[in-house]
Write a protein that binds this ligand. Structure first.
Ligand code: ZN
Length: 287
């Protein structure tokens, strides 16, 4: 029986950064993958000099990033299956909110300003249609505090609850309780090791060894070895060329800071049996 995976991400590119390896693995196993992207990333900064005109035109950047996302997903699939990608409420329904305190954050069309239940209902409909076995989204802080990531977390968690209620909103489909939910996080120890391996000339001011970012191993429930899919992940990141600059052993974002490629992805269990084996999809039927 199929074991559908549902992912809820804020912007095009986020799907690759923290969950690209598990998406590729799921596709390679011929299992369904549904990706819900909440905004078009209209407020993203633009790296390539040749595309700077997009930085002045958020709507054009949003349209451009739809194309980047399509390319990235086909790199992740590498001919094995396709990602069922959807934008929450349809493409352009919710706008990138930018960072806290900026004008785009106050825009009534922004995802940050969106009514929580209305946004959740778009996702309830998808959950009840796709009937995922596993949901992946962010933690309560959205990983690093971007308003769209925090909002994506809230919408995903609320929608997961509403979708399972038999008497809630029959017009959105038959109730579905998602058996397992995880938050995708950065693993603190692998991240620290990866940064150290980049060497002294890397631009890693973002990393404070006194207060290393990420979640410690003791608080991580599932670690997935994605080394077999690292090439696909690298190619998919390259496809997001307005957002990511990729080199062999590292990548950088618009702030020019270097990040290591890691061979693992990390997850905290939110819903599901913590005693089950430590894979994303434990085989509960044998248990
Ligand atoms: Zn993002």
């Amino acid at each position: 029986m199929a074991r559908p995976l549902l992912l809820v991400h804020a912007h095009p590119d986020d799907e690759v950064l923290t969950t690209g390896g598990v998406m590729a693995a799921q596709l390679a196993a011929d299992e369904p993958v549904c990706l819900v992207t909440c905004t078009l990333g209209e407020q993203g900064e633009v790296i390539p000099e040749s595309l700077q005109h997009l930085a002045e035109d958020p709507d054009a950047l949003g349209r451009h990033r739809i194309g980047e996302l399509e390319s990235a997903l086909s790199e992740l699939a590498a001919g094995q299956g396709t990602v069922d990608q959807r934008f929450l409420g349809g493409a352009g329904r919710y706008r990138d909110s930018g960072m806290m305190g900026t004008a785009p954050n106050e825009d009534p069309r922004s995802f940050w300003q969106a009514d929580l239940r209305e946004a959740a209902d778009h996702l309830v409909r998808i959950i009840r249609e796709v009937r995922p076995e596993v949901l992946l989204t962010y933690d309560h802080f959205g990983g690093y505090g971007h308003p769209d990531h925090i909002k994506a977390h809230r919408v995903a968690m609320y929608a997961a609850d509403l979708a399972g209620v038999r008497g809630y909103a029959h017009e959105l489909g038959a109730a579905w309780e998602i058996p397992r939910i995880y938050w995708a996080v950065m693993g603190a120890e692998p991240l620290a090791a990866g940064v150290a391996a980049l060497g002294p000339h890397a631009s890693t001011q973002w990393f404070d060894p006194a207060r290393p970012p990420g979640v410690p191993a003791a608080d991580i429930d599932v670690t997935v070895d994605i080394s077999a899919f690292l090439d696909r992940k690298r190619a998919a990141m390259t496809a997001h060329h307005t957002q990511v600059r990729v080199e062999q052993d590292r990548f950088s974002l618009s702030n020019d800071f270097d990040f290591p490629f890691l061979t693992t992805e990390h997850f905290q269990l939110v819903r599901g049996d913590p005693e089950a084996d430590d894979t994303l999809f434990p085989d509960l039927s044998d248990g």
